[in-house]
Design a protein. Structure first.
Length: 359
């Protein structure tokens, strides 16, 4: 027959399973002693087992609380839906999410949508058949309402906690999100360029994700507040298909067209991210344009592209590991029923060689 503390630990595990998803505080040690007719030493040894298995966490002066784990490893899984798992920022982002979840006893399964609404739907349907405790979703083509809201709602009704990161859907306003302060970033970069003396500022932004729309809005708002007329002809918008062609085939056609038709009179340009900025600077270099002598270039993210560029790129960035860690911590709070809220992560500017006063 198992020792008393092992039997008690199993009883408490069942109690935790029954309350999975709630901010559940276990009874006090005294209450457990009275309820189960065991000694305080037995209770403490049982609680130690639960703590070692990440099922509870002890809070000084407050007691023992369930962590959100159900006690069934096959169920304590978080699905992570991303547009890519290889390109650009994703390897580091996913590593941060996984390590944060694993530190609390959860596993993570990554699903790649390719930013395709149909693929997202296929994944969500499979998750209905194989339930998970939480879903971290990047969302697909977030500049538009999603037709997949019905599946997200069904998954939520089945007990899955759902959190969006990078973007969120306008027709799912009640779901929390962790995203960049995109409007603030576009505003910040435009004000920075104006402070250098620029008044003819162009922009190139992604059209089918909310990040691009918000960053463009920030740029235009800053120009308005500075009483600088903006020329809509200087704005280029590209979609996922063109980005994919750039990444896979190095098809820079839309960048060449942007340079020849929309950058003629501009003295500075704000790029959607530093991947776009990297390829744009290469195209500008081929056309014998000097950066920043003829044109200043600034962007978002400050990834390895910034340093690979022929001219190191002035860029906005977050604290290291911030997005992945904050998103994972937030979904864990949702799973265990602790307070959580949407957040916009602030940017900080790293000035490099690609920006300067206008010619």
């Amino acid at each position: 027959m198992p020792a008393k503390y092992i039997r008690l630990a199993e009883l408490l595990k069942n109690l935790i399973k029954e309350n999975a998803g709630d901010t559940f505080r276990l009874p006090t040690e005294d209450a457990l002693c009275r309820t189960y007719g065991v000694s305080r030493q037995t209770v403490r040894k049982a609680l130690s087992i639960l703590e070692a298995e990440h099922l509870i966490e002890k809070r000084q002066g407050s007691g023992s609380y369930a962590t959100g784990l159900s006690g069934s490893p096959e169920k304590d899984n978080v699905a992570i839906l991303v547009c890519s798992d290889t390109e650009y920022i994703y390897p580091g982002l996913l590593a941060d999410m996984r390590s944060t979840l694993q530190a609390k006893g959860f596993s993570a399964t990554v699903y790649v949508t390719g930013n395709q609404i149909s693929k997202e739907r296929e994944i969500l349907l499979s998750l209905l058949e194989h339930p998970v405790r939480g879903i971290l979703s990047e969302g697909c083509k977030t500049s538009l309402p999603t037709p997949n809201h019905d599946l997200y709602e069904r998954l939520s009704e089945k007990g899955a906690s759902i959190l969006f990161f990078h973007g969120n859907y306008c027709n799912m306003p009640d779901y929390l999100s962790i995203k960049d302060d995109n409007y603030g970033g576009g505003y910040y970069l435009a004000k920075y360029l104006v402070s250098l003396g620029h008044k003819k500022i162009a922009g190139i932004f992604k059209s089918d994700d909310i990040q691009g729309t918000e960053r463009l809005f920030g740029l235009l708002s800053a120009l308005r507040d500075e009483n600088i007329p903006f020329d809509e002809e200087r704005i280029c918008r590209f979609d996922t298909a063109r980005l994919t062609a750039l990444q896979k085939k190095q098809d820079t056609g839309f960048l060449s067209e942007f340079i020849s038709k929309q950058l003629k009179n501009a003295t500075a340009v704000i790029c959607y991210n530093d991947e776009i900025a990297y390829w744009l600077i290469k195209e500008l270099t081929y056309k014998n344009m000097r950066i920043p002598g003829d044109l200043s270039v600034v962007c978002f993210d400050n990834s390895y592209f910034s340093d690979l560029s022929p001219v190191q790129i002035t860029s906005l960035s977050h604290k290291s590991h911030e997005m992945g860690t904050v998103a994972a911590e937030s979904i864990l709070n949702l799973i265990k029923g602790s307070p959580a809220s949407s957040q916009k992560l602030p940017w900080r500017l790293t000035v490099k060689r690609s920006s300067g006063p206008p010619p």
